[in-house]
Design a protein around this ligand. Sequence first.
Ligand code: FE2
Length: 484
Amino acid sequence: MSKSISRKGQHKSERLEFPLAVNSGHNGKDIVESIEALTSKLTKQELALVERKIKAMGMEEELKRLRPLSGLYRVIKAMTTERRLESLLEVITKETQSILNCDRCSVFILDKQKAELWTQVAQGINKQKQIRVSLSASSVASQCARTAKQINIADAYRNKHFDPAFDKLTGYRTDSILCVPMLNRHADVIGVFQALNKANGQFTESDEEWLLALTTVAAGLIEQAQAYLEIEHFVDRTLETLAQTIDKRDPLTAGHSVRVTNYSLLLGNSLDIPEIDLPVLRYAAMMHDYGKIGVPEAILWKNDRLTAAEFARVQEHARYTYDLLSNLPFKGKLASVPFVASCHHEKIDGSGYYRNLKGDEIPYLARIIAVADVFDALTSERHYRNRMPIDKVAEIMMAGKGNHFEPKYVDCFFKLPSSQVLAVMESERGQAIPYQIKQFESVNLKRLVELVMGAKPKKREEGLSQIFEAIYNAGLPPNYQSLD
Ligand SMILES: [Fe+2]
């Protein structure tokens, strides 16, 4: 094999033939002789051009040889810097595609409960679209997962396990397939790694080996991430249960922690707080009243207004919350949970408790929880009073702007769609049904209060005030008197 280089300005017939392919069967002596013979005929510029070309060709060969290794290097490098499973799997699929020189790669995860495979990563498919395949389906991926054996198919349309339905749906044409099962430490199948359409032919034995190696890496990462998620879920449920043990001591406060958590998250998301702060907000809101475990039930359940001494005992719960939560190993980004949770009764004018913090001294997440906590307390029945009318609630919340609450947080809370607020508000009482709540989607909480107070409804607002009152007051005695 030889390649030609044109001498600038020379006629086509005078092209110089030069044996550039050093790995094409010539021995070293031949090549040296050919080079010497030719270089004597070349100008300086032409020699430089030839040298560059030789270098380029040499590097190309070297790159081809090193491509799989450099791909593996990039995978290992990503593993040391990237923690998110999805991003890591994207790197692995991208490198696998390059190493195998194929068109697409997909990582299917096995959902044991549903007996389905779903795509964690699927090249060429919209990220929002998840492919789900039944484990019992006749697809190649399902077959691979069921048998725990790799499958190498040269021509998909001639294979009995290939299901062309997805090709028809997407307009893609599958030719060759290489599918390898992903196994955990116990050799159980946890998913499948699939490569499609090898460039120029079918997948080779070397491709099988590479895919097996990369699949082992991917399987390890998936297993690790699944174990981490299980621990995270366990911790989450444990904290939720701990918080509920306090609420459930008293039927009137049942659900308070969950509702405050959900209101806080609604407000936090609406304020567009950094994603990294959301878990702190969630746990701090969930556990904010945990210190109530240290307050006697006779005081908490008192069916009348509290004396000053009793109120002082109730106030102690914020300190108890801090002390108790500080015993839990909240680490890293969660380290601030005990402090944030214990600041939920601080007021921005410094008149709150128990540290009497002021303004920015109060963590902003605690200022979010304060709005959620008071709103829930006012819209819930208490031992010493009934559920407060929503216009009175709004009046108290607005009056608290700038002294108790961060003004913009209250404003933002009242701008939330009232459907979202109602869904949280009624989550424990079960008075509203989803289709009723849906009607409030286009009306924010502020507008709903205006309608309840007698504002003239616009076209789509007609009847909302009555529906709201029916939901809100269901189960309450008619014409009840609020003690507040
Ligand atoms: Fe509290």
